[in-house]
Design a protein around this ligand. Structure first.
Ligand code: ADE
Length: 302
């Protein structure tokens, strides 16, 4: 039994025995929960992250939790998913180490809160480069290095950007693009035996990593609770279970789809407040015509 692993699973132990997965950003937050559930289910996992030290420490910690009688294994590689060479190296080394590649989870990402008006081109490009271009590079390399011939399953982690993503417009745009990429690839690669889907966590998934990234501690998370039909925050483990479902044969007939894991938040209240103002007067054609008649200048061609 996988007694040492901190994360259990509702899925059958051994479900992913002899499977090999790459999880980008697999050392922290939601990615770590995905990695731990995959390990519990017997998977061999390569975690990848930009920081060599962080990803190695995380792999060593999770490796020490794998019981000796489990087929699960974890290895770590430094990889900046923005760099084509790093991505090629990640896939060739993973296939070299584990002999195959069944699953890719594109979880690595990053963004910073800012009004759109104050995002520099550099900041904008960095967020699009990681979240959109990095995901594309990993999908393309999974295809060429293994999945075009042998099939496979890809899951992209996106975000709750369904009503726009004010104060996070860069990542909203990038994640919406990944949602669309998921559909294009589901069609283009269906004939290769590849399924590809997305999981869209709400901003209300609480992990220590997320809390650290968005500084002002638990506060911004707790303030969201009234806006969530579930009336609580979500857990990284509640995202990983959706990922495992999409990787498993239980979802064999699902491709090009997105599962929201947000406690219903995207259907309900929006936390962004538009300030009161009078800057958007109604369209008034009578006024336009009166102005035309009085000064003779054509204000409308209606
Ligand atoms: N996590 C956040 N940004 C990343 C990047 N560029 N490469 C890999 N993991 C990341």
């Amino acid at each position: 039994a996988a007694g040492g692993l901190r994360v259990r699973s509702a899925f059958r132990q051994g479900l992913f025995t002899d499977k090999v997965a790459i999880v980008t950003g697999g050392g922290t937050g939601i990615g770590k929960a995905i990695t731990q559930e995959l390990l519990y289910l017997g998977c061999k996992v390569m975690i990848a992250s930009r920081s060599e030290e962080k990803v190695r420490t995380a792999a060593a910690e999770m490796s020490s939790q794998i019981p000796t009688d489990s087929p699960a294994q974890i290895k770590a590689l430094q990889c900046n998913i923005r760099k084509e060479e790093d991505v090629k190296n990640l896939f060739s080394k993973t296939i070299g180490e584990f002999g195959k590649l069944d699953f890719l989870v594109n979880n690595a990402g990053g963004q910073f809160p800012s009004p759109a008006a104050h995002i520099s081109l550099k900041g904008w490009n960095a967020v699009v480069d990681t979240n959109l271009n990095g995901t594309f590079l990993c999908c393309r390399e999974a295809y060429h290095s293994w999945m075009s011939e042998h099939g496979g399953v890809i899951v992209n982690i996106i975000a709750d950007m369904w009503k726009g993503f004010p104060m996070m417009s860069h990542t909203g745009a990038a994640r919406a693009a990944v949602d669309n990429l998921t559909k294009s690839l589901a069609l283009e690669w269906a004939a290769n035996g590849i399924r590809i889907n997305s999981v869209a966590p709400g901003s209300s998934i609480y992990s220590d990593t997320a809390a650290r990234n968005y500084s002002s501690s638990d506060n911004i998370f707790l303030r969201e609770i009234p806006n969530i039909p579930a009336k609580r925050l979500g857990k990284p483990e509640e995202v990983s279970t959706a990922v495992c479902f999409l990787l498993s044969p239980s979802s064999a007939f699902i491709t090009g789809e997105t599962i929201k894991v947000d406690g219903g938040q995207s259907l309900y209240r929006f936390s962004f407040e538009v300030p009161d103002h009078n800057k958007q007067p109604a369209y008034d054609w009578e006024k336009l015509i009166k102005e035309e008649e009085s000064d003779g200048s054509p204000k409308s061609k209606l």
